[in-house]
Write a protein that binds this ligand. Structure first.
Ligand code: MG
Length: 349
C-alpha cells in the first residue's frame, strides 16, 4: 500500500458581513463564534493506492476542539500504521472512491438526489432578501445554530416558519440547559411548534432530561453520540433522529442502530473539504435509495462556509442539492491532479 497526503487550509468566510446573494446557504459568524469558529482549519487530502491497484481519495479533517488530534499528529500516527477512528473512515471512504474510479463511475451516478437544509450559523447575517432567495432556489428546511442570542434567533425562526413555510432544526451544540431550552420553546405559539422538526444536541446527554424534552419536540443526536449507551434503551431512545457524519462514524453500524431503534437519520458533511462533502453526499444518496422514508433533508451543502478553493468552485453556489463534479469517484479529477502530494512512509503490511 502507498499513501500520499496533501495538506490544505480552509479559510472561513469573512462572516461579519452578510453573504452575497449569489451565495445563499452560506454561513456567517457571530461575535461569540468568532473566537471559536472564525479561524483557519487544517486538514489533509489522502491518496491511497492499494495492492490490488485500486487508487482512491478521501479527506482527513480533525476537530481538535472535540478531542481529535491535529492533522499533523494524525499523519504521524498513520505513518506508524496506527489508525484513529477518523482515519478509519478516511480509508473506508477512499476505498469507495477507488472502487468507483476503477468502474469509471461517479459516486453520485444513478443515485436519487438528496435535498439539503439551509445552514444558518449566524442569524444576524441573514436578511429578508437572502431568506427569500433560499426559498426560491428550493430550500424548504433550515438548520439554525442557536444559543447565542435568543431574541434574534426566535425572530428569525418564527419568520422562517411563518413567512416562508420552512421546517426548522435548532442546534444548541450541547450549550443549552434543560430550563433554557424549555423556555426557548415556550416562546413559540402552539401552531408554530410542529414546524420545529427537531432540536439537535440541546445540552449534554442525559437520558432523563433528554426524554423530557423529546416529548415536547423531537431531539436529534449529533456529537452527544459519544455519551450514549445504546444498550440501555430498552423501550425507546430519548431522541428520534440521528445525525450521521460518514467522515467520523461507521455508517453501516449507525444505520443498523437507526433501524433497531426506529429512528430517522440525517447525513451531513463534517464541515470539511469538498472531497469530504462529496463523500457525504454519496453516502446520503445511497441511504436515500435504500431507506427513502428514513432519510430527512441532509446537511451536505456546507462548502460556502469557507472561501472557495479550486474544489469548492466546482460545487453549486446555490442549494439545496450537491451535484456531480467532473471525473469518477468523488470527481474533482483535475483539482486532485494539481494538488501537491507527499508520500507518507508507511510500514510494510
Ligand atoms: Mg450538531
Amino acid at each position: 500500500m502507498k499513501i500520499w497526503y496533501s495538506l490544505y487550509t480552509l479559510k472561513p468566510q469573512a462572516g461579519k458581513s452578510p453573504p452575497r446573494r449569489s451565495q445563499v446557504g452560506a454561513l456567517g459568524t457571530s461575535a461569540d463564534q468568532v473566537k471559536e469558529d472564525n479561524r483557519n482549519r487544517e486538514g489533509a487530502l489522502l491518496r491511497i493506492l492499494w495492492a490490488d491497484g485500486c487508487l482512491g481519495y478521501s479527506d482527513c479533517f480533525p476537530w481538535p476542539e472535540y478531542g481529535d488530534r491535529g492533522v499533523t499528529e494524525e499523519l504521524h500516527q498513520l505513518a506508524k500504521g496506527r489508525l484513529s477512528p477518523l482515519l478509519e473512515q478516511s480509508f473506508w471512504l477512499a476505498r469507495r472512491d477507488g472502487v468507483a474510479r476503477k468502474e469509471k463511475r461517479h459516486l453520485l451516478r444513478k443515485l436519487p438526489r438528496v435535498k439539503n437544509s439551509l445552514l444558518i450559523l449566524d442569524v444576524a447575517s441573514f436578511n429578508e432578501d437572502l431568506l427569500g432567495d433560499a426559498k426560491r432556489v428550493g430550500f424548504t428546511s433550515a438548520k439554525v445554530k442557536v444559543g447565542n442570542d435568543p431574541d434574534k434567533e426566535f425572530a428569525l425562526i418564527d419568520r422562517l416558519i411563518r413567512m416562508l413555510g420552512f421546517t426548522v432544526r435548532l442546534d444548541f451544540n450541547s450549550k443549552g440547559t434543560f430550563d433554557g431550552v424549555q423556555k426557548f420553546l415556550e416562546r413559540f405559539q402552539p401552531a408554530i411548534k410542529p414546524f420545529i422538526e427537531y432540536i439537535e444536541d440541546p445540552f449534554p446527554f442525559d437520558p432523563v432530561d433528554w426524554r423530557e424534552i423529546n416529548r415536547l419536540v423531537p431531539l436529534a443526536l449529533d456529537w452527544e453520540w459519544r455519551s450514549v449507551n445504546w444498550e440501555r434503551f430498552v423501550v425507546e431512545a430519548p431522541f428520534k433522529v440521528i445525525i450521521i457524519k460518514p467522515a467520523r462514524q461507521d455508517v453501516p453500524s449507525a444505520i443498523e442502530l437507526m433501524n433497531r431503534h426506529g429512528l430517522r437519520m440525517v447525513i451531513t458533511s463534517s464541515l470539511d473539504h469538498p472531497v469530504g462533502i462529496m463523500h457525504a453526499a454519496a453516502v446520503a444518496g445511497e441511504a436515500k435509495k435504500t431507506f427513502p422514508n428514513k432519510l430527512l433533508d441532509c446537511g451536505c451543502f456546507t462548502h460556502l462556509a469557507y472561501q472557495a478553493n479550486e474544489f469548492a468552485k466546482l460545487l453549486p453556489r446555490q442549494g439545496p442539492y450537491i451535484s456531480e463534479t467532473p471525473g469518477y469517484g468523488v470527481g474533482f479529477d483535475e483539482a486532485l491532479g494539481k494538488c501537491q502530494w507527499v508520500e507518507l512512509a508507511v510500514p510494510k503490511s
